[in-house]
Design a protein around this ligand. Structure first.
Ligand code: PLP
Length: 366
């Protein structure tokens, strides 16, 4: 499998070029409003003094780092503001590898495809561990897979693509496995505001010098284009990460950081509750139609995604393209996420047309 170039862009290009109306359920771009305070922050920014249009501090604007640190119960020195969750994960994985005690990164299968791509790019090797049919990760399987060469275990909760949310006991065990091998648990929590189960546990709640938490405002504030995220490092790992961030990026968008800070301070919790509520409704609409289509599917406990399998219609790229052409629904082929879900498709519930997409699929597979 070629993990180097994630398939997302190829699928989106194909869907955009289609000669018919296509409902886009390919990637995780929320279709709802960002917080009003995010828009206000961006508007305000346009009128600030010229000095605000110059370089911000490389590791991020201090007030934003302090705000995040206060919310997450860490010291602001441990926080690096990044270009979204993508860079946060890159910094975390690079930091784990440059400790020079091995090259193996443990990943789950199915996997968010950017992790294996980054592993290769950074000179590491991937070992995949199986998850159960509903996406649960058994820490014993991770323990058995870990070796003296393991430098990191990368997990994502709530999970893309399975929708699994790992309970506290799992997170605790994963940290313990990382500690036993002097490795780092990297916990990507970019969907933390879309926990539909109430089970979500951040790795930050487990006190350890062997875990890095990554996050972003891309999903929680429905602003994937803003490119503001962060990594929280243990104190002894943070300085080298700041240097790498500086050398690669110089710094992260200053207007974006300003707007995010404003939104963090001013956004009521109802904003996030509304978004979860909308997602819950879409899960019901979509899975009802999948039932009607006789499909097997995963009901997400969190994140944006439903995986579905249609009898006699495996989730290959070819079949995905056929769905685009014949049905006008674009998802992702399961093969994009590893070897374990090649029979499946993934549909992102971030379209106002979920109901219509569900009806089209139900009609087609009926
Ligand atoms: C699991 C996971 N991590 C990270 C990201 C990337 O986040 P960002 O857009 O903030 O770089 C995504 C985006 O879909 C994701 O699904």
């Amino acid at each position: 499998m070629n993990y180097e170039t994630p398939l997302f862009f190829r699928v989106m290009e194909y869907a955009n070029a289609a000669d018919r109306d296509v409902i886009d359920m390919v990637s995780g771009n929320p279709d709802w409003e960002p917080p009003a305070a995010l828009r206000e922050g961006l508007r305000e920014y346009a009128d600030l003094e010229p000095d605000r249009f110059q370089y911000p501090p490389s590791e991020g604007v201090l007030e934003l780092r302090e705000e995040i640190a206060a919310r997450r119960g860490v010291d602001h020195d441990q926080v690096v503001i990044t270009n979204g969750g993508g860079e946060a994960n890159y910094l975390a994985m690079a930091r784990a590898l440059e400790r020079d005690n091995g090259s193996e990164i443990l990943l789950t299968d199915p996997v968010y495809p950017y992790y294996p791509g980054k592993t290769t790019m950074l000179g590491g090797t991937q070992t995949f561990v199986e998850t159960s049919a509903d996406g649960r990760l058994d820490p014993n399987v991770v323990r058995d897979a870990a070796s003296d060469d393991t430098v990191a275990i990368v997990v994502n909760t709530p999970n893309n693509p399975t929708g699994a949310v790992y309970p506290e006991a799992t997170m605790q065990e994963l940290v313990t496995v990382a500690e036993a091998h002097d490795a780092i648990l990297i916990s990507d929590e970019v969907y933390d505001h879309y926990d539909l189960s109430g089970q979500f546990t951040s790795a930050l709640s487990i006190d350890s010098t062997h875990r890095i938490v990554t996050n972003a405002f891309s999903k929680s504030m429905a602003a994937t284009g803003l490119r503001v995220g962060y990594s929280i490092f243990p104190p002894d790992l943070v300085e080298a990460a700041k240097s790498r961030h500086m050398l690669v990026n110089v710094a992260t968008t200053r207007p974006g950081q300003y707007a995010v800070l404003n939104a963090l301070r001013e956004t009521p919790t109802e904003y996030y509750e509304r978004n979860r509520h909308r997602l819950r409704e879409r899960v019901v609409t979509f899975t009802d139609a999948l039932d009607a289509a006789g499909a097997e599917y995963t009901r997400p406990n969190g994140s944006f995604y439903v995986m579905a399998r249609f009898d006699g219609y495996p989730g290959s790229l070819e079949n995905l393209m056929r769905l685009i052409d014949d049905v006008g629904v674009a998802g992702m082929p399961g093969e994009a996420f590893g070897d374990s879900r090649t029979a499946w498709f993934r549909f992102a519930l971030v379209s106002p047309r979920v109901k219509e997409a569900a009806a089209r699929l139900a009609d087609y597979f009926d």
